[in-house]
Design a protein around this ligand. Structure first.
Ligand code: KG4
Ligand code: ZN
Length: 343
């Protein structure tokens, strides 16, 4: 069995390489962020992202091997995010991973980025109990997943429009807080009143049974975003910190309410967070409250494991390799790859 996995992540705007032992021990995890290059444009520019990955991947790889104290010959398998993501960015990582697996003569493992976010928790807490409700909240996705076992996922619900991170980024941009918006709103909210404005919470009500089945665990954030923009437009002097805190509270309310319903309806034994928005202070606080109140074991990955990194890719790769063996070398980058779900 492959013990030492090299993980590569280039699906969006972070070039990351990690060396992970048996999906639990992070020997190194190096992340080179392109945030500054994209910030001037207010969002990720795909062509700039692809070029930066080409430039950064080899030095980041060298750093990851050096930090882990290993050389190429010690690596047992190479895992890489093959989707979803920006196609030009994905191709940089996938091509490099194939080349390394050929040169080192070790298995190549294609990893689903969403599955990697799920595995960030297992990497830090291997004894998590299943069935496990995972609230996966990133810049591109917002979903509630019931993980029945390794590789066995049921989608309980997802967003009908914007992802939670996308809503944070768009509102922050409108408020002039820069990119990425999530950390900026999180920080500013500390100075604001979360109950200052009652922004809408979509499909959130007292009794979940009054919602149709396909809406019960679904999210929608585009109406909230519009409500914030309309409010600030009509009252330009309003305190930005109060707007930020009230917006954040509305997003977190929707996320934790549906997580609670999912825990109660599924009989889950544990619950955890994943994805960049899982770094949000208020979400972490309220998610823990929900888990305590419903009596399930909670796990919050460290903030570094919530946002994009390659350690989670290596961990997911280890489990995939164990379940399915190596991926064929003709596996391509797939920008629209979905989480593999149970029928
Ligand atoms: O998982 P991730 O690093 O990349 C994707 O796969 O999308 O998530 C990035 C998203 C961005 O939208 C960013 O604004 C958001 O995560 N984010 C946060 C926080 N830190 C990052 N959102 C809210 N609060 C935070 N502290
Ligand atoms: Zn991600």
């Amino acid at each position: 069995m492959a013990d030492l996995i090299l993980g590569i992540e280039t699906s969006c705007d972070e070039t990351a390489v990690a060396v992970v032992e048996r999906a639990t021990i992070v020997r190194s995890s190096v992340v080179s962020s392109q945030v500054e290059q994209h910030a001037v444009f207010g969002g990720v520019v795909p062509e700039i992202a692809g070029r930066a990955h080409v430039q950064e991947l080899v030095p980041v790889l060298a750093d990851a091997l050096a930090e882990a104290g290993v050389s190429g010959g010690d690596i047992d398998a190479v895992a890489v995010t093959s989707g979803p993501g920006l196609v030009g960015s994905l191709l940089v990582g996938v091509s490099a991973a194939k080349a390394l697996s050929l040169v080192w003569d070790v298995p190549f493992v294609a990893v689903n980025h969403l599955e990697a976010h799920l595995y960030a928790s297992f990497l830090e807490e291997p004894d998590l109990e299943m069935p496990l409700v995972v609230l996966l909240v990133s810049g591109g996705h917002t979903m509630l997943v019931l993980m029945e076992d390794h590789g066995r996922y049921r989608l309980l619900g997802s967003t009908l429009d914007d992802a939670a991170g996308e809503a944070f980024d768009k509102v922050a941009r409108y408020l002039g807080l820069g990119y990425p918006g999530g950390p900026a709103i999180d920080a500013l909210s500390g100075d604001g009143d979360p109950s200052a404005f009652g922004y809408p919470r979509s499909m959130v009500q007292e009794n979940p049974d009054t919602l149709p089945d396909d809406r019960r665990f679904a999210f929608s954030f585009s109406g909230l975003k519009t409500a914030v923009v309309n409010h600030v437009r009509s009252d330009p002097g309003v305190a930005t910190a109060d707007v930020a805190a009230s917006f954040q509270e509305a997003v977190v309310d929707a996320l934790v309410t549906k997580a609670r319903w999912a825990i109660e309806a599924s009989g889950a034994r544990g619950a955890c967070l994943g994805g960049g928005v899982a770094a949000n202070s208020r979400l972490r606080e309220r998610f823990l409250d929900v888990c305590t109140e419903t009596g399930v074991r909670a796990f919050l990955p460290s903030r570094a494991m919530c946002t994009d990194n390659a350690a989670m890719v290596a961990a997911a790769g280890w489990w995939r390799l164990r379940a399915d063996g190596p991926s064929p070398l003709d596996t391509g980058a797939d920008p629209n790859l979905g989480l593999p779900l149970l029928p």
